[in-house]
Write a protein that binds this ligand. Sequence first.
Ligand code: ACO
Length: 382
Amino acid sequence: MPQDFMPGLAGIPAAKSAISDVDGQRGVLEYRGIRVEELCLKSSYLETAYLLLFGHLPTQPQLTRWHEDIVHHRRIKFTIVDLLKCLPEQGHPMDALQASVAVLGMFYPGRTVQDIDNNYWSAVRLVAKLPTLVAAWARLRQGNEYIPPRDDLGFAENFLYMLTETVPDPVWADVFDDCLILHAEHTMNASTFTGLITASTLADPYTVVASAIGALKGPLHGGANEEVVQMLQAIGQPEKARPYLEEQIRRKQRLMGFGHRVYKVKDPRALVLQRLCEKLFKESGRSPLYAVALEVERVAAELLTGKGIYPNVDFYSGIIYNKMGIETDLFTPLFAMARVSGWLAHWLEQLRENKLFRPDQIYSGEHGRSYVPIAGRPEPRP
Ligand code: ACO
């Protein structure tokens, strides 16, 4: 019988992991011991994905092979393109992504997760194909043709190309690649935990990733980035930030993109994202949303003082994507195509010493009730 019940499992370790670490008091996030700020400056998303998955930075031959394997597996089968065409175009892209990732597994029937070689190829396929699925859906739902990946383009560059049919400016590709690094991994969050629960049944990795995508969609998790941009657009001008926030607080509404279970200071990823905003604006002009965001942050610090609520990763990321002309409902799928490497790293780590997740509960219902025939049941209260 459990003694203490912690709603949301707050503070309860669910795994031992060597993949990433957060110091919520100092605002430090490390992947395999390396600070995320340093990775943004010196690494690339694909190299960071390798680091997360295999535990060390790759040598040049390892990185070359990893890159080649990813490039080789970026394409999706035409039947998946046909499947995407059949989905309702007004549906949410996260649902299309979840459905297509689940279907992807049907094409690669190596069901056993004990086969290390097969697990490597599953990880390659998932990291490689998620951007293709996101871009394909974004185009197909608007009646445009699917653009296949181009082997000569880098990871971020190729994604933006598949989305827009234009090879992006190198600054845009760099900024986007850094965004992917920042979203690649974040310890035991809701989507990673969801994936690990599925993985603990020894389900295949496509099912693991599909279930993690479902958890990421919610507005308390990855879905917040969409709502942030909608909020900033609704506020419209910096001087309207204060009355908007006061009204939200009066109505006990949460500010999207603020607050975090672990960080009690500003999320380090939000700080890097602000630098990336400035880098992008220098190249392409400022976004009016950024001035509104800065004022929201300033007023929130005043109004929510003492609560330890600061901007999280979702607060500034949407401004970058919005400036790049990416539709708001694609923001969470972008998060998923970066986070897939973190989910898979946890999947591989857990497989080494797998134990089925089967937590306990504190039963709060009745015992020993009799079955009442339908005619004798009381009328429900109005
Ligand atoms: N705006 C206003 N108040 C907030 C916010 C917020 N964004 N977040 C927390 N609070 C307040 C709560 O109302 C509560 O106040 P009270 O003690 O007076 O009742 C207190 O802070 C603690 O809140 P909890 O919900 O217990 O904190 P928790 O750790 O569970 O919350 C969460 C974390 C869910 C992320 C929360 O901060 C939130 O809802 N934020 C908005 C959604 C969001 O931005 N999600 C993205 C998170 S990052 C990510 O997942 C990628």
